[in-house]
Design a protein. Structure first.
Length: 99
């Protein structure tokens, strides 16, 4: 099964929002970025024996389920974006200016 840790999923989201913010700098039409709601299916994965490590991993919908018995959990995170301590973040799409 392909795994991505919860922290890595949030980091990827942060990078994508960062790209959108960078693209918005010179755009005449911008959008105010409000709270970001992220809803994920996650599993608590255990590795090792007695002193094993547990971590939250995002469920990969395209992976083989196999014979392993797992329980998935739905996690909803509400993230409030800030840049340099300011919550007024503007974003634009990647298509550029019309015309």
């Amino acid at each position: 099964m392909s795994e991505i840790q919860l922290a890595d999923a949030i980091s990827q989201l942060r990078r994508e929002i960062g790209k959108a913010v960078a693209l918005a700098r010179d755009e005449p039409l911008q959008f105010q970025l409000g709270p970001v709601e992220l809803e994920l299916q996650v599993q608590l994965a255990y590795k090792g024996a007695v002193k094993g490590e547990a971590k939250w991993v995002v469920v990969s919908f395209g992976a083989d389920a196999g014979a392993e018995s797992t329980r998935t959990h739905k996690v909803k995170l509400v993230l409030t974006p800030k840049i340099d301590g300011r919550a007024d973040v503007a974003v634009a799409d990647e298509t550029g200016r019309p015309g």
